[in-house]
Design a binder for this molecule. Structure first.
Ligand SMILES: [Zn+2]
Length: 335
């Protein structure tokens, strides 16, 4: 189901005025947005209305968040694993001076899904708007802004050996793969409306948009009071989350996929993995894991340089014979 302008205008008052443009074909060149574009919406946890603007950015600059509601310097926050300040309910990034931006994961997943390497995200508040609880509205925004190929080549982060983080019944792992990012996720919830679900995808732009981008975040009716007392989920509603009560989904229109819950967990993982600063050649495995587990896994990956290298490869990580697949390009910036 493709979103059109009317769809998005109904999402938490989001507004925009552009129409989607075509995308360049797969290549090994970095990409940014062709033009700036913005929208506004409510933060899932803060309940605060926030306007965001996505801007083009130079090659090799990566994704940067910028709080424009604060005076003084230091409000730029690179979207990087070593800036993760909190990952209990969502992924929060923080600058050295403590300025933070919350719930970056769905937007980061959309950047990954759109193969956008470089962008600046301006916000006038503490949290990325929830929109409809998925990455689809962000994909739509980026398609409206258009995508621009840059002249510099892209470097993929290739996983060289298995890295596992586990505790209790939760496990996350990254293992080597031939090409591309593959993801497997399984969950097991006592609520019968969710139960056991698993899914597996080989990520490229088409797969992300069609199979993953629309999967919404979810919560439990029984948790709402406790979360709100803890200052979380203040902006959560049936407009931006699936709400589960035992064996029932309370949203009138039901689910977008029969396994929407596990697909959303996979979406979250893609967003968190993009905090490596690179597209990944490897296979991710998640079992009942959370943002915090993925953050721990990333710390493990970068704790040992022999876990990874950087290689030039096209968008999907599939190198042809004449490309420098085997040439390591390790740089200090990736660690
Ligand atoms: Zn999420």
């Amino acid at each position: 189901m493709a979103h059109d302008v009317r769809d998005l205008r109904t999402l938490n008052g989001a507004s925009l005025e552009m129409i989607p443009q075509g995308l360049p074909k797969a290549s090994n060149l970095q990409r940014t947005l062709k033009s700036s574009i913005g929208c506004s919406g409510i933060g899932l946890h803060s309940g605060v209305r926030v306007a965001i603007k996505l801007h083009p950015a130079p090659a090799n600059s990566g994704i940067t968040f910028k709080r424009i509601d604060l005076v003084g310097g230091g409000s730029e926050i690179p979207a990087r694993w070593d800036r993760i300040a909190d990952s209990r309910m969502c992924t929060v990034l923080s600058a050295e001076n403590g300025v933070s931006v919350a719930t970056v994961e769905h937007l980061m997943a959309a950047f990954y899904g759109m193969s956008i390497d470089n962008a600046v995200v301006e916000l006038n508040g503490p949290e990325v708007p929830a929109m409809d609880g998925s990455a689809a509205p962000f994909i739509f925004l980026m398609e409206c802004a258009g995508v621009l190929e840059q002249t510099e080549t892209r470097k993929h982060l290739r996983i060289l050996k298995p890295i596992v983080y586990s505790h209790d019944n939760k496990e996350v792992a990254l293992t080597p793969a031939e090409a591309n990012l593959k993801l497997n996720f399984s969950i097991d919830f006592s609520a019968p409306a969710i139960g056991q679900q698993s899914c597996s995808f080989d990520i490229d732009r088409d797969v992300f948009k069609a199979e993953i981008s629309k999967a919404r975040t979810f919560g439990f009716l029984s948790d709402v009071t406790a979360l709100r007392e803890a200052g979380l989920a203040r902006g959560g509603s049936l407009e931006n989350a699936i709400v589960v009560d035992g064996d029932r989904v309370l949203n009138e229109d039901g689910l977008r996929h029969s396994d929407e819950f596990v697909r959303h967990k996979l979406l979250d993982a893609i967003g968190d993995l993009y905090l490596t600063g690179h597209r990944i050649v490897g296979e991710f495995h998640g079992t009942c894991s959370s943002h915090a587990d993925t953050a721990s896994l990333l710390r493990l990956v970068f704790a040992d340089d022999s876990n990874w290298d950087l290689i030039e490869a096209p968008e999907d990580g599939l190198a042809s014979a004449d490309q420098t697949w085997d040439r390591p390009l390790k740089q200090a910036t990736a660690g």
